[in-house]
Write a protein that binds this ligand. Structure first.
Ligand SMILES: Nc1nc2c(ncn2[C@@H]2O[C@H](COP(=O)(O)OP(=O)(O)OP(=O)(O)O)[C@@H](O)[C@H]2O)c(=O)[nH]1
Ligand code: SF4
Ligand SMILES: [Mg+2]
Length: 403
C-alpha cells in the first residue's frame, strides 16, 4: 500500500498537552527548523497555530500547536475552546507529556481524544531531563496506547514519532476511494438508469454518471445505459441477470418497482456518498429520522452557496419529504459554507449536501466533526432513500443493512 496522500489533501496533526510540555519544541524538531516560538514561560503559544510541512513520504501535513489545555483565567477558557475546535478537525493527535509525565491531567486529555475517536500517540518528552519513563510507558501499553520517549531538545525519538504519525493517518490518506468496481467482477453486466428530463443538463451527462461509467469500463465490466422507461424491456432481453442496477435517485421508486428483488440495486448518490464520505456513518445518521421529536431543529448544510432554484432540493424538497415522512412539526435551518455553526450541538440531525465541491477528506472531516459533537449526520441522497422507504435496498449491494 502506498503511503502517499492523494493530491490536495493535508493531514491535520495536533499537538496537545500541558503548558511548557514542549509542544512547540517538538514541532520544531519534526520540521527541522525554528518556526514555532519556544520559551520557558508557560502559555507561550496562545492560539492554535497552523504550520505547514512536507512529511515524507506521506506528503503535506498541517501541525496545530495548541495552547496548553490547562490555561487559567477567562482568556485561558477562550483558548481552551479554540483548542477544542481544532480537535474536532484533527486527524491525528500527539499528547505531549513534559517533566511531570502522565498525570491525571494527561489522562483527561486521553479520555477526551478517545471520546472524540481521534487516533493519538503519547510522546513522553524531555527524556533528557526525566530519565526513567518506564512507569509511564507501562501504563500506556497497559491501556493499549502507542507511546514513545522523545527529547525535542536532543532530537531523540523524533524520527520514530514521524513514522508513527504517518502510520496513524486515516485510510483515506493512503487509499484511493472505491466508486463501484469492487461490486463488479470482470465481464459483469451493469445497467445504469439515467432519466433525461428537464432537470438533466443539455447535451451531456453529470459528473457522477461519467465517473461511474468510467469505473465500469476500468473494471472490464459491461455497462448498459438506459432511461427509466426502458429498464423493464432491457432486463427482459438480457441473457444474464445484471450484477447491479444503478439509478438516478429521482427515478428510484419506479426503477425499484421494475427491478426484481434478487437483482442488486443502488443509486448514483449512494455510490457517491461512499466515494466522498462514510456511507456507514451517513446511514446510521439517517436512522435519526425515525427518532425525531416535535419541535426538533434540523440543520440543512451545503458546502457552497450555489444558485438556489425555485423547488430547491435542499431548501424545499427534502424538508418537505422529511416533514411528510415523520409527520412532525420540525424546524429547518440552512447554512452554506465552510464552517459548521458554532452552536452545532443544538441540532437533532444534520443533513448535508453531496459535497460535489469538497474532496473526500473535507467531507469526512465534516462527518467526523458532527459525530464528535454528538450530532447525527446524513446526506441528501441517503436521506431521500430513507424517506422513500428504499434505504435498505440501495445499501444492500455494499453488504450493509439498516441498523
Ligand atoms: N530539557 C529539555 N527541555 C525541553 C525539551 N522540549 C522543550 N523543552 C523546553 O521546555 C520549555 C517549553 O517548551 P515549549 O516548546 O515552548 O513548550 P509548549 O508546550 O509549546 O508550551 P506552551 O506554548 O507554553 O503551551 C522551553 O524552555 C524548551 O526549551 C526537551 O526535550 N528537553
Ligand atoms: S452538492 Fe455541490 S453544488 Fe450543491 S451545495 Fe453541495 S458542494 Fe455545492
Ligand atoms: Mg507552545
Amino acid at each position: 500500500m502506498s503511503v502517499k496522500a492523494p493530491k490536495g489533501v493535508r493531514l491535520v496533526i495536533t499537538l496537545t498537552g500541558r503548558r511548557n510540555a514542549g509542544k512547540s519544541s517538538l514541532i520544531n524538531a519534526i520540521c527541522g527548523e525554528e518556526i514555532a516560538i519556544v520559551s520557558d514561560v508557560p502559555g507561550t503559544t496562545t492560539d492554535p497555530v497552523a504550520r505547514h510541512h512536507e512529511l515524507l513520504p506521506l506528503g503535506p501535513v498541517t501541525f496545530y500547536d495548541t495552547a496548553g489545555l490547562d490555561d487559567e483565567g477567562p482568556l485561558g477558557a477562550l483558548r481552551i475552546q479554540a483548542a477544542r475546535k481544532v480537535l474536532f478537525r484533527t486527524d491525528v493527535a500527539v499528547v505531549v507529556a513534559g517533566e511531570a509525565g502522565i498525570t491525571s491531567y494527561e489522562k483527561e486529555i486521553i479520555a477526551e481524544l478517545r471520546r472524540l475517536e481521534i487516533a493519538f500517540i503519547v510522546a513522553l518528552n524531555k527524556g533528557d531531563l526525566r530519565g526513567d519513563v518506564d512507569a509511564d510507558t507501562a501504563w500506556c501499553r497497559g491501556e493499549g496506547i502507542e507511546v514513545l520517549a522523545v527529547s525535542a531538545m536532543e532530537g531523540k525519538g523524533v524520527r520514530a514519532l514521524k513514522e508513527a504519525l504517518i502510520a496513524m493517518a486515516p485510510d483515506e490518506f493512503r487509499q484511493e476511494p472505491l466508486l463501484v468496481r469492487d461490486l463488479l467482477g470482470e465481464g459483469a453486466w451493469v445497467v445504469c438508469v439515467v432519466p433525461i428530463d428537464l432537470a438533466a443538463p443539455k447535451g451531456r451527462l453529470i459528473l457522477p454518471q461519467v465517473m461511474v461509467l468510467r469505473d465500469i469500463l476500468d473494471s472490464d465490466a459491461i455497462g448498459v445505459v438506459v432511461k427509466e422507461r426502458e429498464i423493464e424491456e432491457t432486463l427482459a432481453n438480457m441473457v444474464k441477470a445484471p450484477a447491479l442496477v444503478i439509478t438516478d435517485s429521482q427515478a428510484v421508486l419506479k426503477v425499484a418497482a421494475d427491478v426484481p428483488d434478487e437483482i442488486p440495486l443502488t443509486t448514483f448518490s449512494t455510490l457517491m456518498a461512499r466515494y466522498k464520505g462514510d456511507l456507514e456513518a451517513l446511514v446510521e445518521g439517517a436512522q435519526m429520522l425515525d427518532r425525531l421529536k416535535d419541535g426538533d431543529t434540523i440543520l440543512m448544510g451545503e458546502a457552497c452557496s450555489h444558485h438556489q432554484v425555485a423547488d430547491d432540493i435542499g431548501r424545499v424538497k427534502i424538508p418537505r419529504w422529511i416533514t411528510q415522512y415523520t409527520g412532525l412539526d420540525l424546524h429547518f435551518e440552512f447554512y452554506a459554507g465552510n464552517d459548521f455553526p458554532e452552536d452545532l450541538e443544538k441540532y437533532a440531525l444534520a443533513v448535508h449536501c453531496g459535497g460535489c465541491m469538497l474532496n473526500r477528506t473535507a467531507m469526512l472531516r465534516r462527518i467526523r466533526e458532527c459525530r464528535r459533537r454528538g450530532v447525527p449526520i446524513t446526506n441528501y441522497g441517503v436521506a431521500i432513500s430513507k424517506v422513500q422507504g428504499l434505504l435498505d435496498r440501495v445499501i444492500k449491494p455494499f453488504g450493509m443493512g439498516e441498523i
